[in-house]
Design a binder for this molecule. Structure first.
Ligand code: MG
Length: 254
């Protein structure tokens, strides 16, 4: 397993590969080329920033049977996809800002795939050749808007509504990983990625039939059951496998 991320040192952003307690600085985004500059920094001396800068941020809905049940929906027979605005991305330790505090705004913890090679009309057999790696994502959702509007783009695209990170992991088999969310320290979601109705390979293949996935694009793969509302002052900790957790605070935007 190799670990990559986005970092800031003295206000300068860079992509790097994490090795133990050090970060090897890369000349380009890791999904473009893994080209070390030779500069190595201590992980403790840099800030963890966004690990991806996708041209498209795609989400999948209704991909765990128990979540379909809790949402009182029925399976669609094919993956349900929509776009989230890339401007909704939030780094590890960043604060989720609830746009409408009077609305129900829920957390959803999800495995997120980062595309490595351009994918267009790929089969599910070859789809994983187009995935660079994986990270932890949250798909924060304004349920009031989601219920009143037919499309999911707006209710899930407010600034800060897609925390991801802290890092991206390559050379990982993501077919059966534990996925968990703690809300103010209490476990609210706990499942395994093997419970997904559509696997990452099937999702990437399906999406690639209708649009071209570019390297660096991010695909959120759906949430298991246990979703619940967030409020000003809350702390979320999302965990997949034994990866370092994604931690985010919550406050009202206004
Ligand atoms: Mg979701």
């Amino acid at each position: 397993m190799r670990t990559f991320g986005g970092f800031k040192s003295s206000d300068e952003f860079f992509y790097g590969e994490v090795r133990g307690d050090e970060v090897s600085v890369l000349a380009k985004p890791y999904w473009v080329d893994i080209e070390p500059t030779g500069e190595v920094l201590k992980l403790a001396d840099v800030d963890v920033d966004l690990p991806a800068a996708p041209s498209k941020l795609i989400a999948v809905g209704l991909n765990y049977a128990d979540h379909i049940a809790e949402m009182k929906r029925t399976p669609l027979g094919s993956p349900l996809i929509w776009f989230k605005a890339p401007s909704s991305l939030l780094r590890h330790n960043g604060t989720i800002e609830i746009a409408f505090p009077q609305h129900q705004t829920d957390f959803e913890t999800e495995l997120a795939a980062v595309i490595g090679a351009t994918a267009k009309n790929v089969s599910s057999q070859s789809a994983l050749d187009h995935v660079f790696g994986y990270t932890i994502g949250l798909d924060i959702s304004d349920r009031d808007l989601q219920k009143s509007e037919k499309q999911f783009g707006r209710c899930k695209s407010f600034d800060t509504y897609t925390p991801v990170g802290p890092f991206v992991y390559a050379d990982v088999d993501a077919n059966d990983l534990s996925i968990e969310l703690r809300h103010n320290g209490e476990i609210k979601q706990r499942a395994r990625t093997s419970q997904m109705i559509y696997s990452v390979a099937q999702i990437v293949s399906f999406v690639s039939q209708s649009l071209t996935l570019a390297s660096g694009d991010v695909v959120l793969t759906g949430t298991p059951s246990g979703v619940g509302p967030i409020r000003d002052g809350d702390e979320l900790e999302a965990k997949i496998d034994n990866w370092p957790p994604l931690r985010n605070g919550v406050k009202n935007a206004r």
